[in-house]
Write a protein that binds this ligand. Sequence first.
Ligand SMILES: Nc1ncnc2c1ncn2[C@@H]1O[C@H](COP(=O)(O)OP(=O)(O)OP(=O)(O)O)[C@@H](O)[C@H]1O
Length: 316
Amino acid sequence: MTAALTLESVSKRYGGFDAVRDLSFQVPKGSICGFLGPNGAGKTSTLRMILGLQEATAGRIDILGAPNGRSVRDRIGFLPEERGLYKKMTPVEAIAFFGALKGLPTHEGKKRAKLLLEQQGLGAAQKKKMKELSKGMAQKVQLIAAVVHKPEFVILDEPFSGLDPMNQQGLEEMIRGLAADGATVLFSTHVMQHAERLCDKVVLLARGKKAFEGSVDEAKATSPRFLDLNGAITPEAAATLPGVAGVETLSETDGVRRLKIALAPGAGGQETLKAAFLNGLDVRGFALKEPTLHDAFIGLTGDHPDQPATPSEASQ
Ligand SMILES: Nc1ncnc2c1ncn2[C@@H]1O[C@H](COP(=O)(O)OP(=O)(O)OP(=O)(O)O)[C@@H](O)[C@H]1O
């Protein structure tokens, strides 16, 4: 594996507050890597250190062979969390302007902008001003502006935030397209579903510390499978079955319960079900559920990805 990005024991301290602590991970060349964590976990701080927009307090970074993104800025595309393109420009002008900042001749920038806008279904928006575009359209234009110079490495900070499901899907396709063209993509998000669909690799961050690095499947494998069981069964009876790690009652009506049964690591659920039937338990329905990346995140970090950690918790 050739790494396009390596972090070794990187930390960021703001005054007395440790926002990023001893963080190490690698992003393989040509992969799509998700950098996941709730708001306040330290994602933006890390991305800004990688880009060279702020200094690391400690540690080593290697991006495309450089100690930060500054000296290789023309080979990197960046979509910041705070967005906004010049409101009076047309999308073509805005995209070409950003391309020119990365060394792309303006006439070539405009040519590529028109092509990319057409490809993204924004052909009709070409003549409008940026301020006249919907948020979803403007965000797509901003992503195009970040990649018009065909960067080798693309860094996107919360690219899905504020987009409706339709535009989120379009953005996922754009990200897949960038990787298919050979770029390495690192994007931050607190929404696990995007990462689950897109990523070759994920890095989970909680309160400034890495909680996991690996593939989506490897992350999910750290979490138990669930058995969704329906019937006139008490949680106590369910807890005595083999392979059961925990039981939660989801609902109860007239003694008929829906139980969420967490299986022990390595348990497949078949043993549990077999024993339930052999013991004569009143099973009326069941479903085996694989853990999601969201389940894995909670299991690995104790944090909820949709809820920000408070700074006091984060500094512990
Ligand atoms: N310049 C700064 N000075 C002091 N504290 C900061 C500064 N920048 C960030 N922080 C704090 O560092 C922590 C991590 O922030 P960061 O923005 O890196 O997290 P994040 O995971 O990107 O979250 P978000 O998506 O909300 O930006 C937060 O508690 C934040 O308040």
